[in-house]
Design a protein. Sequence first.
Length: 140
Amino acid sequence: MPLWQIHHPVGAYSEQDKRAFATDITAIYTAVGLPAFYVVVLFHEVPAADYYVGGEPSDATVRIVVKHLARHLDDPDRRRVMTERLDATLHPYTRDRKLHWEFHVEESPRDLWMIAGLWPPDPGTDAERAWAEANRPLPY
């Protein structure tokens, strides 16, 4: 599952912005065959008095932590392409709003991950395609 935690200034995003942002993020992963329900996006509003960058309060910074479990990329070229795709997806919600942004991606081992008591199916399998089609976990 990709888990996105978006730490942002208070009021940076409306409910409509958050929905659009989460939809754009989800599209990254469904485009490569992941079930939409794998994608979890959490928005965390942080007041400037609690948000420091370089030791100074910030009211214009977005910090994103992305955790990947379903897919891992070992090839440096594919990692670069993925990172640049994530960055491009962020632009309407960061650069275009004149916000400073930073993100990083962490990869967790698949064998430390379960959904609803089930081990997620291996990538590209019929079971994973069934999960994507049903948009929920299914016994297999």
